[in-house]
Design a protein around this ligand. Structure first.
Ligand SMILES: Nc1ncnc2c1ncn2[C@@H]1O[C@H](COP(=O)(O)OP(=O)(O)O)[C@@H](O)[C@H]1O
Ligand SMILES: [Mg+2]
Length: 362
């Protein structure tokens, strides 16, 4: 099991200096709006791969008027302790995030860290997951895939780059046909890979939810699906390529690419009857918590990773069902939790074993 023993920030977001140690199990951060609770979760998320819970530009992470940020943390991974340093460096006017593990910059160490630490994230905007844009839902799913596959973000970025390149080519009056053909082939193979990983992840969550049904009394039956005019699990490379070639005139005129996983939506069917977009925000929160519970079950039992939970503003709108779900998550897994809310009292239903941190006091 991996857990964060302590963290120190220098010139990170609103913190000049911030230092705190954490409990192995349950940490509750509370304080007024703007005191830095979300920033702390973001700082924790930056210890491992990726750009953090807000997917923010590095320049925004550095405290205003300061040059670079520095984050130091001690982690325990399978009973061994590691010191992680994360800092920024400016190179050709662009910031780079650098991660050192026990003073070591090697790829092997970084891979080890990324395979050992993974996060499951709840953000307050997820209360409207099923009413917001398809891209928000795609990102939600992609983050779940990323929690068990380190190279998934690279795949998504490569795919997006290829789409941009194709659009640029289509806007040229004269271009080399081989160039376009090659980029379309690349798009097809990357696109099929993304479709297949997303499909696998949704199937996994659906089946984990079924497994969990024996132990948990869920309020709803939830089934996730990909909604996409073009997607079909039997999609073959040739059909994809042909469709892409046929849509050249349309794509040239309107810009973008008409088909592919960047156009998918993720829908959730409730009680085999209606879409989750019809649920209230509190009920959507239930569905999101159910999905995170299912994903955690998958990570712990199949991938053998104990994720760290970063749940921002989780304290508000917690009815009995959501409290129960949260408590079950906390009790079921040997994982570390960071929960935030504006008021300590919002968490009076969790066990007395929780460690509370008043952020304004630190
Ligand atoms: N790069 C930065 N430099 C300085 N302050 C920042 C930076 N980024 C964000 N902040 C400030 O951090 C404060 C706390 O933000 P946040 O963590 O979202 O608060 P909370 O979640 O406790 O409501 C905000 O007032 C914001 O203006
Ligand atoms: Mg916040």
């Amino acid at each position: 099991m991996g857990n964060i023993k302590n963290i120190e920030f220098n010139n990170f977001r609103n913190f000049k200096n911030f230092k705190s140690s954490f409990d192995k199990k349950l940490n509750i951060l509370f304080g007024n709006n703007g005191c830095g609770k979300t920033n702390i979760l973001e700082g924790i998320s930056l210890i491992a791969k990726g750009r953090g819970i807000r997917n923010s530009n590095i320049s925004n992470l550095i405290k205003k008027e300061e040059e670079n940020l520095f984050i130091k943390s001690n982690l325990e991974i399978q009973k061994n302790e590691f010191e992680i340093e994360v800092y920024t460096e400016k190179e050709n006017k662009k910031f780079k995030k650098i991660t050192k593990i026990n003073d070591d910059l090697s790829k092997e160490s970084l891979n080890f860290l990324n395979q050992s630490i993974s996060y499951l994230i709840f953000l307050p905007e997820m209360e409207r997951l099923f009413q917001s844009s398809p891209s928000f839902r795609r990102n939600f799913l992609d983050r779940l895939i990323f929690s068990s596959r380190n190279d998934y973000n690279r795949l998504i970025n490569k795919y997006k780059k290829s789409l941009i390149e194709r659009s640029k080519i289509l806007q040229l009056n004269n271009f080399d046909n081989d160039w376009l053909n090659n980029i379309e082939k690349e798009i097809c193979s990357l696109g099929l890979e993304i479709y297949s990983l997303r499909n696998f992840q949704l199937k996994t969550i659906n089946s984990e939810l079924k497994n969990l049904k024996n132990d948990h009394k869920f309020q709803f039956h939830v089934e996730l699906q990909i909604k996409d005019d073009f997607f079909n699990i039997d999609n073959k490379f040739e059909r994809y390529l042909l469709n892409l070639q046929n849509s050249r005139p349309y794509d040239k005129q309107y810009g973008g690419t008409k088909i592919g996983p960047h156009r998918s939506d993720i829908i959730s069917i409730i009680n085999k009857d209606f879409e989750a977009s019809l649920l209230s925000t509190g009920q959507q929160k239930t569905v999101v918590l159910m999905i995170l519970l299912a994903q955690c079950n998958y990570l712990v039992n199949s991938v053998k990773i104990n994720p760290i939970f970063l749940f921002d503003e989780i304290g508000s709108h917690l009815d009995m069902h959501n409290r129960q779900l949260l408590l079950e998550m906390i009790n079921k897994f040997e994982t570390q939790f960071f929960l935030t809310g504006t008021d300590k009292n919002l968490f009076s239903f969790v066990s007395t074993k929780a460690k509370f941190y008043n952020i304004t006091d630190i």
